[in-house]
Structure formats: structure tokens, C-alpha cells
Design a binder for this molecule. Structure first.
Ligand code: CA
Length: 230
């Protein structure tokens, strides 16, 4: 999944993006408020990690403008500001959560999962329905309750499709969800990924809608498809 990291401190930004990358996130890192705003508006991020004290435009201003435009991307504010007023302002402006520096990386990951889950409207860490579910904590897929591991990209793909089961996502929408900036994306990358996913989920789970894109089917127990997955 893609995360937008907004941090002007080189050392913090570098170590954080490396650590997130190692966890399978595609990280886009920007160092000032104006770039943060345009990235947030243009990109399709699972969540944003937002520092408040930024050059060119303050983090609170970025947040205010993005929310005013109707952008609902989950935002986790990371800041050294410990003033109560700043925290309240941030939350009032539409931040989903707040983490004061210094923080434990594990806690950051847990809070990222929590704000993403809330956006998904799920009170627990499993999304999807019927025969096909995704565990956001373990990043495993459950096919009729049976768990199997996913690569980071498979997870991002399935997460995008299962957010609104039945909705059709175009190639571009899927690429935006799976790959970060500067990542070289082969023209058939999504097809290859989906081909691999069908081996794990069964041939009917991800359907191509000609000319439009793909959608997920959460009821897999179709006649004739039983047992054909493996
Ligand atoms: Ca800063």
C-alpha cells in the first residue's frame, strides 16, 4: 500500500521511509507543505504521515485545504509539538490521529493500521465478506476462512479491491494504489499480479470487466469453481 510521508527533517524522513519500506509499504516522501498538498490531492494513499512544522506551508494548512476539498485520506499527524492547542487544532481540522515524537515505530504501525481500518468502516482488522476476507494486521487473505500469506503488492491490490467489493477499478487506479513514485511499472504489471492472485484465490475471485478494469467477487462458491483453485 502507498503511504505519503511528509517530513522536512532529512534524518527522520530517511529512517522512517526505510523502515516503512522494509514493512512492505510504498513510500512517497515529500519535504514541504506545498508538495505535500499536491501529492495528497493527486495521489491515492492508504494514509498520510504528516509533520506539522514544514517549510512553505504549515502541516495544519495542508490538512485544512485537503479536507476543504473533500479529500478523506486518513491522516496521522506526527509532530514534536506537544501543545494541547496544536493537538486540538489538528484533530479539529480532520486529522485521524496524533502521535508525538519521539514515538515507537511499532506504535506508529499500529496507529496506521487503525486509521486505515476506520476509513474502511471496520471496527476490527478484517475487511471483505463472504468467502473472501483480508486481515489487515497479519496481511493474510482468508479464502473461505483459510489463511494464506500475501506479498506487499498482492496485499495492496486486494485491499484496493475489497474496500468496496463489487466496484470496478481501472488499471490506473490499481497502479496508483500499488506503486509509489519512481517505481518502474511494466505495462502488464497489474495483469501479472492478478494472474498470480487467481492462483491463490481461485479463478473467479477477480473478474475482468472488459475495457473498464477489475472487480472482486466475494462469493466464490460458484458451481464448477469448487476445487479448481488448486
Ligand atoms: Ca518539521
Amino acid at each position: 500500500m502507498r503511504v505519503l510521508l511528509v517530513e522536512d527533517d532529512d534524518m527522520i524522513g530517511r529512517s522512517l521511509s526505510q523502515a516503512l519500506d522494509a514493512q512492505g509499504w510504498s513510500v512517497d516522501w515529500v519535504r514541504d507543505g506545498e508538495l505535500a498538498y499536491s501529492a495528497l490531492i493527486d495521489g491515492d494513499y492508504a494514509c498520510v504521515l504528516l509533520d506539522l512544522g514544514l517549510p512553505r506551508q504549515d502541516g495544519t494548512e495542508v490538512l485544512r485545504k485537503a479536507r476543504a476539498r473533500g479529500n478523506a485520506t486518513p491522516v496521522l499527524v506526527l509532530t514534536a509539538r506537544d501543545g494541547l492547542d496544536d493537538r486540538i487544532t489538528g484533530l479539529d481540522l480532520g486529522a485521524d490521529d496524533y502521535l508525538l515524537k519521539p514515538y515507537e515505530f511499532r506504535e506508529l504501525l499500529a496507529r496506521m493500521r487503525a486509521v486505515i481500518r476506520r476509513r474502511d468502516g471496520a471496527a476490527h482488522s478484517v475487511i471483505g465478506s463472504g468467502d473472501l476476507q483480508l486481515d489487515l494486521t497479519t496481511r493474510e487473505v482468508l479464502v473461505r476462512g483459510e489463511r494464506s500469506a500475501l506479498s506487499a503488492r498482492e496485499f495492496a491490490l486486494l485491499h484496493a479491491l475489497l474496500e468496496r467489493p463489487g466496484a470496478i477499478l481501472s488499471r490506473e487506479q490499481l497502479e496508483n494504489r500499488i506503486y509509489g513514485w519512481g517505481e518502474e511499472v511494466m505495462s502488464n504489471a497489474v495483469d501479472v499480479l492478478i494472474h498470480g492472485m487467481r492462483k491463490k484465490l481461485g479463478p473467479d475471485a477477480i473478474r475482468n470487466v472488459r475495457g473498464l478494469g477489475w472487480r472482486v467477487v466475494t462469493t466464490l462458491a460458484l458451481a464448477g469453481s469448487e476445487g479448481s483453485a488448486k
